[in-house]
Structure formats: C-alpha cells, structure tokens
Ligand binder design. Structure first.
Ligand SMILES: O=c1ccn([C@H]2C[C@H](O)[C@@H](COP(=O)(O)OP(=O)(O)OP(=O)(O)O)O2)c(=O)[nH]1
Ligand SMILES: [Mg+2]
Length: 144
C-alpha cells in the first residue's frame, strides 16, 4: 500500500495542505478565496486542490480547535468524508456559530484533514444475528 497523497493545485494561488509539525495527524487546508460568513450562517469554501488518496483510505475534514474556540467557527458536517475515488475540488463547509460575522481570508487555514484507513466490507443480508454481551443495550444502558 502506497502512502503517497497526490495533490493537484487547480489554481495558481492554491496552497498545498500544511503539516504544522512533524507527526501531526492533521493536514491544514487553506481557503483559496475571501468569504464573509454572517453570524449563524454557513458557507462552502474552496481550497483550490484536488487529490488522489492512497488506495483503501479516506480523508476526514475536521475543524481547527483554534477557530472553534476563538470564533465559534467549525465544520458543519464534521467529520466531512472525502472518498478515495473523489477527484473533484476539496471543499469545506464552515458554520459560524459566533455572534459576529466571520471573515475567511484567502490563505487562511480553515480546517484540517486526517487520512484514515477504510475497512472495505462486503454486505450480507441475514435473518439472524449472533448474541453478544451488550445485545441491544445502548444509549446509557450501562449506567453513568
Ligand atoms: O467536507 C467535504 C465533504 C465531502 N466532499 C466531497 C468529497 C466526497 O467524496 C464528496 C461527497 O461527499 P459526501 O458523500 O459526504 O456527500 P453526499 O451528500 O453523500 O454526496 P454524494 O452523493 O456525492 O456522495 O464530496 C468535500 O470536498 N468536502
Ligand atoms: Mg455520499
């Protein structure tokens, strides 16, 4: 399995995803445009990149905690899913939960993506499932 993530910059002002520190899980994604997100609203932000993920992986688009803490801006569909076969532009849906409008500036780091393995399953429809210790218990069934 290769660990190469192929990135194509589809605008000459687009920036490669950025690993802030060696070993970081998250690769920061840059906005390639200026966008104002009014309080309470969301926006689809372009990154100007397309990718070819390594086989058997996905990319998860996650919020940056600094934007969440300082501006109440987060990724609406977190974690966003980028499928292995997707070759379109990577985009980020940001939502502004803050009271003020939020200005996304071109080349601002707006989110981060984490590349994760995907376990490919084959689907089998069955009429019975095996018993387990948990069985149908959930939603607080084990107590506090
Ligand atoms: O934050 C995101 C989420 C998705 N995508 C791209 C890559 C992904 O492979 C594709 C589809 O995403 P998803 O499956 O979440 O959306 P859908 O509403 O199910 O659309 P589709 O029917 O195209 O799968 O959109 C992004 O660029 N950013
Ligand atoms: Mg889908």
């Amino acid at each position: 399995m290769t660990n190469i993530l192929n990135i194509k910059l589809i605008r000459n002002d687009a920036k490669m995803p950025y690993r802030a520190n060696e070993g970081d899980a998250g690769l920061d994604l840059f906005s390639v445009e200026d966008v104002i997100i009014p309080s309470g609203q969301s926006a689809l932000i372009s990154t100007g990149i397309q990718m070819e993920l390594p086989k058997g992986t996905e990319a998860q688009v996650r919020p940056r905690s600094g934007l969440a803490l300082k501006h109440s801006v987060t990724v609406l569909n977190s974690p966003g899913t980028i499928d292995e076969g997707y070759r379109g532009e990577v985009k980020v849906i940001l939502i502004n939960h803050g009271k003020e409008e939020f200005r996304v500036e071109k080349h601002m780091r707006i989110a981060q993506m984490v590349i994760a393995p995907v376990f490919q399953v084959e689907l089998a429809q069955v009429s019975d499932l095996t018993q387990s210790e948990r069985n149908s218990g959930g939603f607080g069934s084990s107590g506090k």
